[in-house]
Design a protein around this ligand. Structure first.
Ligand SMILES: *Cc1c(COP(=O)(O)O)cnc(C)c1O
Length: 424
């Protein structure tokens, strides 16, 4: 007998490429077919066949408070009652902008968009417009959304698909995208030696979280800051994952390094399609209608989306111990996984920063794209299948993060550890 998920997938592939609206949702790289999710609450998701999962994906980050938080839900319902979209200025957008600017010291002004992809695309355009330069430095294995210029040696789904670059991206679109090696300042310096005066910006995930999880080495982010300052290039932190996850001031606060421009997504939308980019006033004032960098959006700053994001961000802001507790939970959970891995004697490496973590099936310390690629994706597939059978929902690919939320209880994490022990 086919499960309902299986029969839905059979229908889905007829009408949607690969049956999914984003490649990372497909279970292709773990050799399975996706589970169709019906609803979720707290740390749990329930599929259309009534199976329950302890969820470590959290919609790829947004669900830092757990699914269906009552305050977020109520805020959304209230916004819906007033109308879904007006295409005109609203009070909530001002509240959202004020809140972001008050929480992130490097941000004086912010523009709301509809996804992380848009946030990055727009921030890169602003950096180019502001500096009058064309070249961008990105790091192999970092994912910055699917805009043309960023699909060079990208992480996430691009990495598991084994396509280094996407078809359909004209060579001209990536001609000004230079690739450097994560955690290797020399590789960045060599690019600046070649053409530093043409580099508009360096864009980086301050914690690599789309090639599995790769923490920045001591001094790496500060080194980027120094190089950018020296050459008059902008430093863009892509905090689509790390923003409001490591702390209220993101990775910049966590590591004490300020960016010129910052991109957000995921958590600021609390599950609604939201992105944002912001930074220093003089840079952001190059954006239309003040400046000459054009960027727009019919649904940008959508009232329902703002209601969701605002409710979540306010809860995070108003709990002074939130990040301390969540990061400590991460330290202890991933620390335990590391201990289990060591005791097993198997070639497994565990990387983590706060609530973000990754189990790599390799014996090589994972510090960049090349070392991440040494991970055995077959072993990950077996691990994934075994965990799924025990009711644990992980990212269906090796090169993705695990996301802990405030809703994961000690008991649930202890159960997950038992499952991991049996599955690695
Ligand atoms: C998810 C992600 C993006 C893209 O965001 P979308 O909302 O999927 O377009 C960009 N950068 C990073 C670091 C991400 O993790």
């Amino acid at each position: 007998m086919m499960t309902k998920s299986e029969s839905l997938f059979q229908e889905a592939v007829k009408y949607i490429p690969g049956g999914v609206n984003s490649p990372v949702r497909a279970f292709g790289s773990v050799g399975l077919t996706p589970r169709f999710i019906e609803r979720a609450r707290g740390s749990h998701m329930y599929d259309v066949d009534g199976r329950e999962y302890l969820d470590f994906v959290g919609s790829w980050g947004p669900m830092i408070l757990g699914h269906d938080h009552p305050a977020v839900r109520e805020s959304v319902i209230k916004a819906c009652e007033d109308g879904l979209s007006f295409g005109a200025a609203t009070e909530r957008e001002v509240e959202m902008a004020e809140l972001i600017c008050s929480l992130v010291p490097s941000i004086d002004m912010v523009r709301m968009v509809n996804s992380g992809t848009e946030a990055v695309m727009s921030a890169v355009r602003a950096a180019r417009g502001y500096t009058g330069r064309d070249k961008i430095v990105k790091f192999m294995g970092c994912y910055h959304g699917h805009s043309d210029a960023m699909l060079v040696k990208a992480g996430s789904g691009v990495m598991t698909a084994g396509v280094p670059d996407s078809a359909g991206v004209p060579a001209g679109c990536t001609a000004d995208t230079l690739s450097a090696v994560y955690n290797d300042l020399d590789s960045v310096q060599s690019l600046f030696d070649l053409c530093g005066d043409q580099i508009a910006a360096v864009i980086v995930e301050p914690v690599g979280a789309n090639m599995g999880v790769v923490p920045p080495a001591e001094g790496f982010l500060q080194g980027l800051r120094d190089i950018c300052t020296r050459y008059g290039s902008l430093l863009i932190f892509d905090e689509v994952i790390t923003g409001f996850r490591l702390g209220l001031d993101g990775a910049q606060g966590y590591f004490g390094v300020q960016a010129d421009l910052t991109t957000f997504g995921k958590i600021i939308g609390a599950g609604m399609p939201v992105g944002a980019y912001g930074g220093k006033r003089e840079i952001m004032e190059t954006v239309a209608p003040v400046g000459k960098v054009y960027q727009a959006g019919t649904l940008s700053g959508n009232p329902v989306a703002m209601a969701a994001g605002l409710a979540q961000l306010r809860l995070l802001r108003d709990d002074p111990l939130f990040y301390e507790k969540l990061n400590r939970k991460g330290d202890s959970f991933y620390g335990e996984i590391e201990r289990i891995a060591e005791e097993s004697g198997k070639p497994v490496r565990v990387n983590h920063v706060g609530s973000l973590g990754c189990v790599f099936f390799t014996e090589v310390p994972v510090v960049n794209y090349a070392t991440a690629k040494t991970a055995d994706t077959q072993k990950y597939a077996a691990y994934f299948a075994s965990m799924l059978k025990q009711g644990i929902y992980l990212a269906p690919a090796q090169f993705e993060a695990m996301f802990l939320s405030a809703a994961h209880s000690e008991e649930e994490l202890a159960y997950a550890l038992e499952c991991i022990k049996k599955s690695i």
